[in-house]
Design a protein. Structure first.
Length: 73
């Protein structure tokens, strides 16, 4: 996947930009809509979303990469 933005060692692709936008949206929405008396840990959900998105991206990269499969066969 080609990076859209390259700032030194930081390479940000469209998938990374979407993850950042979704996490920011959840943080903003959770702070505004979830009442303090609710039994929902919005920061815990935010952390789980970040880990799940990162793992999903890595798994998708491994299974979708033609170069990796070519080296294995």
């Amino acid at each position: 996947m080609m990076p859209l933005i390259t700032l030194g060692p930081l390479r940000l692709s469209s998938y990374g930009i979407c993850i950042v936008l979704v996490l920011g949206l959840w943080w903003w929405w959770g702070a505004r809509r979830i009442p303090a008396t609710a039994n929902i840990d919005s920061d815990g959900v935010l952390f789980a979303l970040a880990i799940g998105a990162w793992l999903g991206g890595r798994i998708g990269y491994v299974f979708g990469s033609v170069a990796i499969w070519a080296q294995l066969s």
